[in-house]
Ligand binder design. Structure first.
Ligand SMILES: CC#CCNS(=O)(=O)c1cc(S(N)(=O)=O)ccc1C(=O)O
Ligand SMILES: [Zn+2]
Length: 262
């Protein structure tokens, strides 16, 4: 798994503040200005190929909950799109607000969504393990999918039902046979892509971001369960609801956002 070894203490909600990597000129998240994005006809369709058998656990790391995948083989991989290499799925997680009015990290022409899914992959052609890739320029590829409030997401419910077991920071529960492909929108051919960074410490500028144009829908009640999670561990006297775990938007610094569609 990719991040289970990190107790990123800097992940306290304070990191939403002015934390910018020193000299960072490709930081994430950003606002995607649709009319400023450049259609790139050479962008290929994205070809994710995930094996639900590699799903291993859910972990509350004190800032989100991570669904972690065994990334010791190339069983769950992402290829195509803007990617030249093979990228291995290591985890997915979400960012959300305390209200449905905000919660996403990226925005589209300043439009906020109630939540955003991130599927984190690392370059297994160039690096031997996640820890190496996370420090390298083309080390990671993260798929971003916006969530909107609407009909209940049947595939998500299995995950929602497991969340009470990881209510507190540092809690882990076994979680198997979850197919992350069920969280992708019907159309994955239309996306924006740009060079960015992790949105949590260490904020390394290692990420090729692939943001889906089409959102997925989840019910109000499903998202309410995300908000029942806690930033704090069981021992702490004051419990803090896990909400608003998104980073503030970062300057584009002259970067181009490419689109796979016109
Ligand atoms: C060293 C190191 C590291 C980062 N790990 S991560 O890439 O899984 C990750 C990525 C992101 S994001 N929002 O940049 O995709 C958020 C959170 C995490 C995490 O560990 O919890
Ligand atoms: Zn994220």
């Amino acid at each position: 798994a990719c991040s289970s070894k990190y107790v990123l203490s800097a992940l306290h909600p304070m990191w939403q503040g002015p934390l910018v990597a020193p000299g960072g000129n490709r930081q994430s998240p950003i606002d995607i200005r649709v009319r400023k994005s450049v259609f790139d006809p050479h962008l290929k369709p994205l070809t994710p190929d995930y094996d639900p058998g590699t799903c291993s656990q859910i972990w509350n790391n004190g800032y989100s909950f991570l669904v972690e995948y065994d990334d010791t083989t190339d069983k769950s991989i992402l290829k195509g799109g803007p990617l030249e290499d093979n990228f291995r799925l290591c985890q997915f997680h979400f960012h959300w607000g305390e209200s449905n009015a905000w919660g996403s990290e990226h925005t589209v022409d300043r439009r906020l969504f109630p939540a955003e899914l991130h599927m984190v992959h690392w370059n297994s052609n160039k690096y031997r393990r996640f820890e190496e890739a996370v420090m390298e320029e083309n080390g990671l590829a993260v798929i971003g999918v916006f969530l909107k409030i609407g009909k209940r997401h049947e595939g998500l419910q299995k995950l929602v039902d497991a969340l009470p077991a990881v209510r507190h920071k540092d809690s882990v529960v076994e979680f198997t046979r979850f197919d992350p492909a069920c969280l992708l929108p019907a159309n994955i051919d239309d996306y924006w892509t740009y060079a960015g960074s992790l949105t949590t410490p260490p904020l390394t500028e290692a990420v090729t971001w692939i943001i889906m144009k089409q959102h997925i829908e989840v019910s109000h009640d499903q998202l309410a369960v995300f908000r029942s999670l806690l930033f704090t561990s069981a021992e702490e006297e004051v419990q803090k609801s896990m909400v608003n775990n998104f980073r503030v938007q970062q300057p584009l610094r002259g970067r181009t956002v490419r689109s796979s569609f016109t």
